[in-house]
Design a binder for this molecule. Structure first.
Ligand code: AMP
Length: 147
């Protein structure tokens, strides 16, 4: 691949998030690519709403927990200069949803963080491994320092 047109940054709000975000932003600038971002909600209960698993960013859900998640994504999106329409907040399993949105939005590079894992954690698999396994496009795993 000589160049990328659409880069998707997977954001997990962890302490290492900045490192991954900076790489994605630098690549988007280098290739003059569109930059999108996604956060997948896998640890809060899904409220009973009329919309599906993709949460509209421009409407108040009336659900505090969800609005807090949205505000975090908005803050990171503002810092990175990601257009409002390219910010995705989705319910589900991170690896599956990241790949699903990447395909839907014709992303050609997904950027995720990757921890050096050993033993059981390695066997159970990481988000980066899962994304790499299922994605049809290129995946960049940004090595994160553990501990
Ligand atoms: P993990 O394998 O869960 O430690 O996560 C490694 C990387 O996967 C993170 O640095 C993010 O890029 C991505 N990731 C993990 N969880 C999520 C999530 N809930 N939503 C979006 N991206 C995620």
């Amino acid at each position: 691949m000589d160049s990328y047109q659409h880069i998707l940054l997977a954001v997990d709000y962890s302490e290492h998030g900045d490192t991954v975000a900076r790489k994605a932003k630098a690549l988007a600038s280098k290739y003059q690519a569109k930059l999108s971002m996604i956060h997948v909600l896998d640890n809060i209960p899904m409220p009973d709403t009329t919309y599906g698993t993709v949460i509209p960013m421009d409407k108040d859900s009336g659900y505090d927990l969800l609005e807090a998640e949205k505000a975090r994504l908005m803050q990171i999106g503002d810092q990175l200069g990601v257009a409002q329409a390219n910010r995705w907040l989705v319910w589900g399993a991170p690896k599956q949803e990241i790949v699903r949105i990447a395909e839907q939005e014709q992303v050609d590079l997904i950027v995720v963080g990757s921890h050096g894992r050993h033993g059981l954690a390695l066997l159970l698999g990481s988000t980066a491994n899962g994304v790499l396994h299922y994605a049809k496009c290129d995946v960049m795993a940004v090595r994160l320092q553990d501990g």
